[in-house]
Ligand binder design. Structure first.
Ligand code: ADP
Length: 502
């Protein structure tokens, strides 16, 4: 599938037609305007044009959506069997597959991500839902436990859905970040209110349409676009919410933690990172260089797991950076939907200015530009582009070394030994992901055991799979997405004590 294929052209026509009408909020199975009537424009970051208009929900809409989710939770959805839920997910997965070209185009338009990447996630996306469908068929188990002190008594410990989930998602991977929450909600029998990021709400709204088409009962998934500080904050603190599933920045997570002191909602937090990508001299250096490019610049570096701290063993440091320079300079930067583009713009002008600020301060602090970071082609000036950059001459005290940039900026540092690089890798408040490139099994075992990371890749980077749990340590958050363990977060247990006293 390339941008020139007839299927692409047909999907583009459907997307263009879809974008003509204002998009509303999904509450209780119907599309409604925001209570205030407010609408906002969604901007295409590739060229600064307006893509469409969406309703901007506020507190009243969040209230209505939580009420709808509660009613659905206590309604017929409660009696849906695992098989019913499984079939719903399967139908939803089928529709996503069928409409994937449109979803990938929408993601590329809304976020700027290169189409090759948004479309490239098709199989992985659908297989995630297949995974949730498979587990839905057998979830919510129970166990019988004999009482340890009361003869004749036993407990039946049943798993129940936790209730109404408030899901708050970021803009950097709108399809997957929504599905990582919709999947377990449907699989376990919870209901939800999804608050997508205002920068890129379109895909989530389209997913809502596909859920309705798949036969989702009204109110099971509600979608309220809106400002983080208004709709997001109202959702996190809402007394009707039993769990908050948040993906976003570490700073916002602090407000969310505070908000949940009101409702005692269970929390899962998938936050930022400054992940180490470690290259030993004995690695396949050509593969490691390509891996480092993908780790740093995919989605313009706007990925929480991006490998933005690159540690290269000193004996091959210069050679490796030369290879990196060559690959980086060859990357084609341009509008997300343009054929052949590897790296699109950043999501917004605000984000572009933020990243530019990081680059300027890094230079002032003495970082050296190995490649990139300079001016973009003048024809791209209407969009929010940054040329992928690798910085060297890095020292411990530099802001760009410790802070998450969330842009196409990789900082490179030499190291001499495994001991040293483990210490450097862990000298961060984050602990989301990491990677190692080496052919020495002892080195691999040692480093993967000791680096703080919720997911760690060996001779590869960013490899995700529905069966693999993913999430952070330290300030990168807690709770996991993906894998069987994620389901536990959406379930609570009830012990029913039975039997007769003997
Ligand atoms: P980013 O800086 O990457 O946009 P945020 O953490 O600000 O990351 O955003 C992630 C999600 O959190 C978005 O949907 C955003 O609207 C929402 N959000 C932002 N501020 C708050 C808040 N105070 N309470 C709840 N949600 C918020």
């Amino acid at each position: 599938m390339t941008e020139q294929d007839p299927e692409f052209a047909r999907a583009m026509e459907r997307v263009t037609a879809w974008l003509r009408d204002d998009k509303e909020l999904l509450i209780g199975g119907t599309w409604v305007a925001a209570a205030t009537g407010e609408v906002v424009e969604v901007v295409n970051p590739s060229d600064g044009t307006t893509l469409g208009r969406v309703a901007r929900g506020g507190e009243a809409d969040v209230d209505a959506a939580v009420a709808a989710a509660r009613a659905a939770f206590e309604g017929p959805w409660r009696r849906a069997t695992p098989r019913d839920r499984q079939l719903l997910i399967t139908r939803f997965a089928g529709l996503i597959d069928e409409h994937y070209h449109e979803l990938a185009i929408l993601e590329s338009l809304d976020l700027g991500v290169a189409y090759v990447r948004s479309f490239g996630k098709r199989n992985r996306t659908v297989s995630h839902l297949d995974f949730y469908a498979a587990v839905a068929g057998g979830r919510n188990a129970g166990t019988r436990v004999e009482a340890s002190t009361m003869p004749g008594r036993f407990g039946v410990i049943v798993e129940q859905p936790i209730g109404v989930v408030g899901a708050i998602t970021p803009w950097n991977s709108p399809v997957m970040s929504a599905l990582w929450k919709i999947g377990p909600v449907l699989a376990t029998g919870c209901t939800m209110v999804l608050k997508p990021a205002e920068e890129a709400p379109l895909v989530s709204l389209r997913l809502g349409e596909l859920l309705i088409e798949a036969g989702m009962p009204a109110g099971v998934v509600n979608i309220v676009n809106g400002r983080g500080s208004v709709a997001g904050a109202a959702l996190a603190a809402h007394p009707g919410v039993n769990k908050v599933a948040f993906t976003g920045s570490t700073d916002t997570a602090k407000s969310i933690i505070t908000a949940t002191t009101n409702n005692f909602a269970r929390l899962s937090l998938e936050l930022g990172g400054k992940s180490p990508n470690i290259v030993f001299a004995d690695a396949d250096l050509a593969a490691a260089a390509k891996g480092a490019i993908a780790a740093g610049f995919t989605n313009s570096g706007q990925i929480c797991t991006a490998g933005t701290r690159l540690f290269v063993q000193d004996v091959v440091y210069d050679e490796f950076l030369a290879e990196l320079r060559m690959h980086t300079a060859r990357l084609r930067v341009g509008p997300g939907l343009e054929p052949g583009v590897d790296v699109g713009p950043l999501v917004s002008r605000r984000q572009q200015e933020r990243v530019q600020g990081f680059l300027e301060r890094a230079t002032q602090q003495g970082a050296e530009t190995v490649v990139g970071g300079g001016d973009v082609d003048p024809r791209l000036h209407a969009g929010s582009f940054i040329m992928p950059a690798v910085l060297g001459g890095i020292t411990d005290d530099m802001e760009v070394y410790s802070e998450e940039v969330f842009g196409p900026v990789v900082v490179a540092r030499p190291f001499s030994s495994a001991d040293e690089v483990i210490r450097m890798a862990n000298d961060s408040r984050y602990g989301l992901a990491g990677g190692i490139w080496s052919r020495n099994i002892d080195t691999v075992n040692r480093v993967s055991a000791e680096v703080d990371a919720g997911i760690f890749w060996v001779n590869g980077y960013g490899l995700m799979d529905p069966a693999f749990p993913f999430g952070g340590m330290k300030h990168s958050g807690y709770g996991r997405e993906g894998g069987l363990v994620q389901l536990e977060d959406y379930l609570t247990t009830k012990t029913v004590v039975q039997g007769t006293d003997l």
